[in-house]
Write a protein that binds this ligand. Structure first.
Ligand code: FAD
Length: 378
């Protein structure tokens, strides 16, 4: 790898980092993205991408592609997990772009392909970062290093860049886990039941969110939120089982039982969060996404906030130019902190769309249409 000086280095090619790279490149900046994973892997999970995100995807020319591979539900239904009664029917159309549910790996593939060839570097685990006031030295585990003018920490909930700014601190275990499973739609045909495009089943203390992850609707996905007192494992997730699911959702609606019966493989993930950080940037380092404001995933807006961050940070850097990164970082925080913190707290509370509410404040948001607030106005 060359040791020549670059303009912008992004650490992490997750859902926020890849889009940040593509947006900044489209805006004409010189950007490289460094990802610890040795290669791209198709994590078995689904994800919602709301109209607030699709508006951003239009800027990097991937909106049509994403819509093309996604299921595009017209409602989010909330239903009682036991009786099946409808608690809300939330329209997902009318917010200025399409609402998509999609396979997370397929989405990430499209995002990474939107980066300029040769600018995404795998197998680059950041271990040390030194902002010497003039530039930043970035050292990787494989003993290589690069220099950059500014560094964007898009390295997720256990961010090394966050740690450099604020010191080591484990995220808070929320007391909840999420089970995730993908089910082939073929397996569901034998049931005389309707499997809706996008539905959240609510119990008194747990839930199951269910949706299709492909345009062909040949893959159905569920993700749960279930109380679990302590996370006793070192790994990001552990295997779960059909038996465990059956016991966690005993007595729940026949559709939930059918999904559990049709499950071949299910994994269990701890849900972590952090309190809002006292700062989002310092010197030449700036954070976005889960590195900055991780949340329980119950609004399906965590990645969306990372991508909105990416769009706003790009907008601010375009506004000031890279040499005045300090002003750009201040503007960025002033224009993102309230929204990200609000979404973080509603998401952690797990109340979103339980009753018939208007989600326009989330889905109708257009990061490019908002007037830029100055730092002082924040
Ligand atoms: P990540 O996507 O975590 O990416 C961080 C990247 O940085 C990774 O690729 C990682 O390998 C890399 N990295 C980490 N450390 C280093 C290092 N030292 N050096 C180099 N690279 C490094 N959000 C939604 O919007 N919609 C949903 O439907 C949704 N469902 C979810 C369901 C569950 C069960 C969970 C747990 C989360 C869900 N989320 C959802 C939240 C979403 O996954 C996160 O908010 C989102 O992935 C954050 O994006 P990010 O880019 O900040 O971080």
């Amino acid at each position: 790898m060359s040791s020549s000086k670059e303009r912008i280095a992004i650490i992490g090619a997750g859902l926020g980092g890849a889009v940040a790279g593509a947006l900044l490149q489209h805006a004409g900046f010189d950007v490289n993205v460094y990802e610890q994973a040795p290669s791209f892997s198709r994590l078995g999970a689904g994800i919602h991408m709301g109209p607030n995100v699709l508006k951003i995807f239009e800027r990097i020319g991937v909106a049509k592609k994403v819509v093309g591979i996604s299921s595009t539900p017209n409602h989010w239904f909330s239903r009682d997990g036991i009786s099946g009664d409808y608690l809300s029917r939330i329209p997902l159309e009318g917010y200025g772009a399409t609402y998509c549910t999609v396979h997370r790996g397929d989405l990430q593939g499209i995002q990474c392909d939107a980066l300029q060839p040769g600018t995404l570097h795998f197998g680059k685990k950041l271990i040390r970062i030194d902002d010497n006031g003039t530039d930043v030295l970035i050292e990787f585990e494989d003993a290589t290093s690069v220099r950059a003018d500014i560094v964007i920490g898009a390295d997720g909930i256990n961010s090394r860049v966050r740690e450099t700014l604020l010191g080591a601190e484990k995220p808070n275990y929320s007391g909840w886990v999420g089970h995730r499973a993908l089910i082939s739609s073929d397996k569901l045909r034998k049931y005389n039941l309707t499997f809706e495009d996008c539905v959240k089943w609510w119990g008194p203390d747990r839930h199951m969110m269910v949706y299709y992850t492909t345009a062909r609707r040949d893959e159905y996905y569920y993700v749960t939120g279930v109380p679990h007192p302590a996370w006793e494992f070192d790994t990001a997730f552990v295997p779960s089982s059909r038996e465990e699911m059956a016991s966690e959702f005993e007595g729940y609606h026949p559709i939930i039982q059918a999904l559990i019966e049709s499950t071949d493989e299910v994994t269990k993930w701890p849900l972590f969060n952090r309190n809002p950080l006292p700062l989002w940037s310092s010197g030449r380092l700036v954070l976005l996404g889960d590195a900055c404001h991780p949340m329980k995933p119950h609004m399906a807006q965590g990645a969306a906030m990372a991508i909105e961050d990416a769009a706003m940070l790009t907008r601010c850097l375009q506004e000031t130019g890279i040499n005045d990164f300090a002003t750009a970082f201040g503007l960025y925080e002033a224009n993102r902190r309230d929204r990200a913190t609000r979404v973080q707290s509603v998401s952690n509370a797990n109340t979103f769309l339980l009753t018939q509410e208007d989600p326009s404040w989330v889905y109708g948001y257009d990061v490019y249409a908002e007037p830029l607030r100055t730092e002082n106005a924040a």
